[in-house]
Design a protein around this ligand. Structure first.
Ligand code: ATP
Ligand code: MG
Length: 443
């Protein structure tokens, strides 16, 4: 009996010729009545393990033979270097323990052919079995990339002296408009699930000056697109005294840092997804161009897209616009009529607001929305009334401005969208373990 080791370390050559113990799950199995080949998987890698009847004895060999795909096993044996084996190593099994067996009447349903039938998209069958689908190599890779992105967001903001701050998830008012609000019964009253951390972050801005969060946001998105979830992970920041340009600098810095971290930590995984590493390096190393909304409208109209000045850009338009971009682009200065009351009007031209969206290239579209906030009490009241929004739910938000309001701003980044773009996923639900959309809250 050797000590328990990671398969990843074995494949890295740390245990050559040693007798060790591996704990894992059966990925594939084949063989005859005399010899079994088990590809064992743990969270760090896979390795082929070979069991022979004449070494193991009949009882142990029979239990190994009965171990179906996704059974959990503890295998002891010797690690051999073998050029022909996947990863360059193989284990000769000397001892077998079946920990969790799989019923032959109910074999593991996520087979290669079930995935092939889904042909890149996920069928309802795979979504119904999401709790099992998580174990496939594609999904495991996505979850590792996801973890890398979350780590990068924390390290970026902490490295820039931002303070992590939490807002409530039950709220009384909308940030992004009533149409996507989830209403929940709240002890005889109505509450809503938060669409954004922003309003509560602005309340803490005079206390903390630079703050950030990573938290879920909820939006009742009725149309199902490849970039909308009803529950998504939102990385948001708020910063005192900041201009639109300074906020964009942080958005750019953050996205480049996420791309760099993913490359540093997971280049082989990105390659296994057929992602072009050179392209990601470009996203990590290049400055992102900035263009005004008006210029984007001209480009779109030049391409024959039916769009008028004053409209917000939906996915279909962003897709056309970003198809030929080789880098993310900021669009700034949207028309005031296209944006909600908290966006600060441009003092140089009252038709525009000081805001930005960051659009990812390759047709992915918006990944960040941000800008300066309407910061004086007088102006926020004017904007709220103009919009016909009731003042009541925003009383605290107005009050904050009556006591030493200062210019400030921030942005929200869709974490799942960024991961989906950087990993080259076809659909946002490929990068989140249990995706929520208008049709599905199970499993
Ligand atoms: P869209 O126009 O694409 O619906 P939005 O303008 O509603 O986006 P914001 O309110 O600016 O988005 O939210 C900030 C960021 O949060 C967006 O740039 C996007 O990355 C992300 N985001 C917004 N809604 C969703 C959603 N339903 N699912 C996943 N991510 C989202
Ligand atoms: Mg939206």
């Amino acid at each position: 009996m050797g000590k328990t080791v990671w398969i990843g370390d074995v494949q890295d050559g740390l245990h050559d010729e040693q007798t060790v113990e591996l704990k894992g799950w059966v990925k594939r199995t084949r063989g005859s009545n005399k010899i079994r080949f088990i590809v064992l998987r743990d969270s760090t890698g896979t390795i082929q393990c070979v069991g022979k009847r004449d070494v193991l004895g009949d009882e142990a060999f029979e239990s190994l033979k009965g171990a179906l795909i996704e059974s959990s096993l503890i295998l002891s044996g010797t690690i051999l270097v073998d050029e022909r084996a996947d990863g360059g190593h193989e284990m000769t099994i000397s001892n077998v323990k079946i920990v969790g067996s799989v019923d032959p009447e109910r074999p593991f349903p996520i087979t290669e052919s079930a995935m092939a039938a889904a042909d890149g998209g996920e069928t309802e069958f795979l979504l119904d079995n999401r709790h099992l689908y998580l174990r496939t190599s594609r999904m495991t890779t996505m979850l590792k990339l996801r973890s890398s992105a979350f780590g990068a967001i924390h390290s970026y903001f902490r490295g820039q002296d931002f303070i992590e701050y939490q807002a409530p998830n039950f709220v009384a008012g909308a940030v992004e408009g009533g149409s996507t609000l989830f209403e929940v019964p709240y002890f005889g009253k109505k509450a809503y699930l938060t669409q954004s951390w922003q309003l509560y972050a602005e309340a803490a801005m005079p206390a903390l000056e630079r703050l950030y969060t990573i938290a879920p946001s909820f939006r009742a998105e009725k149309s199902r697109t490849r970039r909308h979830l009803t529950e998504f992970w939102h990385a948001e920041m708020e910063m005192a005294w900041a201009t639109n340009d300074e906020i964009m600098n942080h958005g750019e810095g953050l996205v480049r840092h996420i791309a760099r971290t993913m490359l540093d930590e997971h280049s082989p995984e990105l390659t296994s997804l057929d992602r072009d590493i050179e392209r990601l390096a470009l996203y990590a190393d290049s400055p992102y161009p900035r263009m005004r909304y008006d210029e984007a409208i001209e480009i779109l109209q030049g391409k024959g897209v039916d769009v008028e000045w004053g409209q917000d850009l939906d996915y279909s338009k962003e897709k056309v616009l970003t198809q030929d971009f080789d880098l993310p682009h900021f669009l700034t200065h949207y028309p005031k009529i296209a944006k909600p009351f908290y966006h600060r009007v441009d003092p140089d031209d009252g038709n525009y607001v000081l805001c930005h969206d960051l659009l990812a290239p390759e047709g992915y579209g918006e990944i960040i929305g941000g800008g300066e906030r309407t910061w004086s009490e007088e102006e926020i009241l004017k904007r709220i009334d103009e919009e016909g929004t009731p003042r009541d739910p925003y009383q605290f938000y107005i009050d904050v401005r009556s006591y030493g309001g200062v210019p400030h701003g921030g942005f929200g980044l869709g974490v799942d969208r960024v991961i989906s773009w950087l990993s080259g996923a076809e659909h946002i639900r490929e990068v989140i373990p249990f995706p929520r959309d208008s049709r599905r809250v199970t499993p």
